[in-house]
Write a protein that binds this ligand. Sequence first.
Ligand SMILES: O=C(O)CCC(=O)C(=O)O
Ligand SMILES: [Fe+2]
Length: 203
Amino acid sequence: MKNFQNTGVRNLLPEGGEAFYFGKILEEKEADDFFKQLYDKVEWTQDEVIIFGKRIVTKRETAWYGATDFDYTYSKITRKARLWLPELVSLRDLVKDITGYEFNSCLLNLYHSGEEGMSWHSDAEAELGKDPVIASLSLGAERKFVLKNKISKEKVSVVLEPGSLLLMQGETQKNWLHSLPKTKKVHEPRINLTFREIKKIRK
Ligand SMILES: O=C(O)CCC(=O)C(=O)O
Ligand SMILES: [Fe+2]
């Protein structure tokens, strides 16, 4: 596991995991350009989720990309990942230069406004293996991201700026949940990319 403390990047979590906020790793213009390219080029799809037995189509849109067309299951539906776009390769490589980690897949989320968010969860799918490393890059609107300890319920929040990077590693997914709260204050869209390493690729 990599340590970033000596680079001046602080672990936001007091215990039980590591969440390093690197701040902006892209200049404003670059972040804007990536936002526009991805907004247009990514094959966004709305997810269907079953809540209280009812099939509901989420407003938030998602997409999976990666090195191969592996199968992934998301809210109980299995789909095939799409192959890397050039923009995603550039961002993946940038994240690798900064963190030292290699990733073979990326989940993208498009939140059209503050009315869309993501509820409490941890990224602990079996495909990711034990103690996954997840690099989260944000574009577009600034949004608050909150981590909550599963036992003590202690909360830690951070504002994810456009062009910024957050890295979760160690036992973060085991001990902490995270969410992107809805907010009435944000009217602009946001794209989030979470780079992940799928350990067992199913095709
Ligand atoms: O949009 C975000 O910042 C969080 C996304 C997230 O938690 C996920 O995709 O698992
Ligand atoms: Fe997540």
